[in-house]
Design a protein around this ligand. Sequence first.
Ligand SMILES: NC(=O)c1ccc[n+]([C@@H]2O[C@H](COP(=O)([O-])OP(=O)(O)OC[C@H]3O[C@@H](n4cnc5c(N)ncnc54)[C@H](OP(=O)(O)O)[C@@H]3O)[C@@H](O)[C@H]2O)c1
Length: 339
Amino acid sequence: MSGLIALLFTKLSLPPASAIRGETILITGANTGLGREAARHAARLGVGTIIMGVRSLPKGEEAKADIESSTGCSGKTQILVWPLDLESFASVRAFAARARKHVVDDGGRLTMAIMNAGIASMQFALSDEGWEKSLQVNVLSTALLSLHLMPLLLRTGERHPSSRPHLALVSSDNHMSIKFPERHADRILQTMNGEEQWKKSQAAGGPTERYGATKLMDLFLAQEMANRTPRDSRGEPLVVVNAVAPGFCKSDLLTREKTPWILKVVQAAIARSSEEGSKTLLHAVTQGTEAHGKYLDHQAITATGKIASDTEALALREKIWGEIIAVLKGVDPTVPTEF
Ligand SMILES: NC(=O)c1ccc[n+]([C@@H]2O[C@H](COP(=O)([O-])OP(=O)(O)OC[C@H]3O[C@@H](n4cnc5c(N)ncnc54)[C@H](OP(=O)(O)O)[C@@H]3O)[C@@H](O)[C@H]2O)c1
C-alpha cells in the first residue's frame, strides 16, 4: 500500500486495556500533540502511572489537568510531571536520575518509554550545547535519555516477569525521502553541524531534509539498541525496542516553524488528528517480540527506506552510532552503552 493510501485508509486501533492496565508509561514531549494524546489514551485504558517529560512545567500541569478532567482518571492513574529540556544534556541527566530513583530507590516501575519529543527545524540554529538544534533534540539528547532508561526497563522486567518492557523511538516516514549528502563525510555529525552544510543539504533535499536525517538516526538508534538488548533463555529480547512512525498528523510540529505554506495546506487536507496518530505510539509499546528492532508504520512492521536498507546502510548505521556514542561519552561518561 502506498504511504498516502495507508495514511488515508488505515484504521488505527488502541491496544486492549489489559496490555497496559496498572503499568507505568513514560512519554517525552507529553504536554501537547501526539505525546499528550498518547497520555490521554493511556489514562483511559487504565495505566497505573504516566510520567510526562515536559520542558515547561506549567504546560505540563495544564496537560495533566486536561487529561484528568477529560478521562476521569484521578484516583486510578497517577500522573507525574517532570521537567525535561532536550536542548540541555544536564537536564536529560537530571531527568534520567529522577527516573532511576523512581525505579531503583522507590521501587516504582518503568514498563513503557516513548521518546516522542522532537522538532522539525526549518532554520539553522544552535543549542547552548553547540549542536544544531534538531541534532541536539531529536538525536543526541534522545539517545542519551534512551540509553539511561534501558537499565531501568530491564530492571522492571526482572522484577515483574509478567510484563515485558518496551522502548519506542518516534521516527518518521520522512527518512525515506532524504538525500543526506553528509553521510559520505568522515565526521558526519560535525559536518551536519555547520551552517553552510545546512544550506547545501536543504537546497539538495528540501525544507524537511534535516528533519528526515534526524529521524533516520532515531531509526538507527533503535536498531543498534535492539542489537545490544540482552535476551532470555529462549532467545527473546528482555526489552522490546523499536522505531515508530506516526504518519502525517495535525500537531504543533509545523506551526512552530517558518514552514512552507504548501506543507501546511497538505497537512490540513490529509493529516491525521493527533488523537488518531497517537494510537501508533501505544501500539509500538504493546507489541510482541516480533516487533523488536523493527520500524513500525501505520501500526504494522514495515520496510524501512532504501537509505536504511541498501548495501551501505549497515556501515552507515554503525558509523553514526559510533559518532553519537563518542559525543555522549564526552558529555556524560556514565552513559550505559552495553546492557
Ligand atoms: N506530526 C507529524 O506529522 C509527525 C510525523 C512523523 C513523526 N512525528 C514525530 O512525532 C513526535 C511528536 O511530534 P508532534 O507532531 O506531536 O509535535 P508537537 O506538537 O510539536 O510536539 C512536540 C513535543 O516535543 C516537545 N519538545 C520540543 N523540543 C523539546 C525540548 N528541547 N525538550 C523537551 N521537549 C521538547 C514539545 O514541547 P513544547 O511544547 O514545550 O515545545 C512538545 O511537547 C516528534 O518526534 C515528531 O518528529 C510527527
